[in-house]
Ligand binder design. Structure first.
Ligand code: SF4
Length: 279
């Protein structure tokens, strides 16, 4: 059995969250550059150019892309042939997040829900773990801003609402958010499972590279249809009006109970910060 020490996990998490907050991925930069050619409004085009400039300044100056450096959402896929040594996995991830937000001078955005007292170091992170075959550990860091997360929702639809019900729900959430989730947005849609898994699926859907379509042709068609309808809302980049409200829509789906039809929408802003490593 392969052994991975917790110190390796902590160091990896620390690097990922600093990197994610400072260096916008090339995939996102390419999508925003592509959107400049598609955007029809002058103000919208200008905003998209500013977003590219902002990403360049952040990279050069080693500064965060956005002042909201997010809640530290962490996905971990653990190979079943791996033994984590030297301590607990969750503690190691928390330590990595603590280090990233302190050493990277990133804003700490985690607080007690009632008192609103800041926890002081952006912990605890949100950790999702999955046991997978193999002897590797894959870590994905997704600092998630509050402005976009606030326009997510899980809804138990009526099964008869079907495909059209999903589209209407997604469009309703995008219109409700308007300029607040800092468009151009990316929309993650989770369909099926139960209440909590649909929410998780919607978050996982955000991890797909922009421009990549679902392997299922029916879901791929649904992604394209929803992207088209969202971009007809006219909200546009940063809400200044235009034809690029969303950069992409991704769907993840799994079977559900015969009496249920759970659907979740998770909206991501243009500061689409995702970094991954395989140990
Ligand atoms: S929604 Fe995104 S871009 Fe807007 S303030 Fe929050 S993190 Fe920044």
């Amino acid at each position: 059995m392969r052994e991975i020490h917790v110190d390796t996990i902590t160091a990896a998490v620390e690097n990922l969250f600093i990197d994610a907050n400072i260096n916008l991925s090339q995939n996102v930069i390419d999508a925003i550059k592509g959107a400049i050619t598609k955007e029809e409004s002058a103000a919208g085009k200008e905003v998209l150019r500013e977003l590219i400039k902002n990403a360049e300044i952040a990279k050069e100056g080693k500064m965060p892309i956005c002042q909201d450096t997010g809640l530290a959402v962490t996905f971990v896929e653990i190979g079943q042939d791996v033994h984590i040594t030297g301590g607990g996995l969750s503690d190691a991830i928390s330590e990595g997040v603590r280090g990233a937000y302190q050493k990277g001078y990133l804003r700490k955005s985690c607080c007690d829900p009632f008192s609103r007292k800041n926890t002081g170091d952006n912990t605890p992170p949100v950790i999702h773990t999955k046991i997978v075959p193999g002897d590797a550990v894959k870590i994905t860091a997704m600092p998630k801003g509050g402005g976009s997360e606030n326009y997510g929702e899980v809804r138990m639809l009526i099964p008869a609402q079907g495909r059209e019900g999903v589209k209407a729900f997604v469009l309703e959430m995008v219109k409700k958010g308007g300029p607040n989730p800092c468009p151009p947005i990316i929309v993650g849609v989770g369909i099926g499972g139960n209440l909590e898994t649909s929410a998780l699926l919607s978050k996982e859907a955000l991890m797909a590279p922009l421009g990549e379509r679902n392997n299922d042709p029916e879901l791929a068609a649904l992604e394209i249809e929803m992207l088209d309808e969202i971009n007809k809302t006219g909200i546009g980049p940063q809400g200044y009006g235009g034809t690029v409200t969303a950069l992409d829509v991704h769907v993840e789906m799994m079977p559900c109970h015969i009496a249920s039809f759970p659907v979740a929408v998770n909206i991501q802003c243009h500061a689409h910060r995702i970094k991954k490593i395989t140990l």
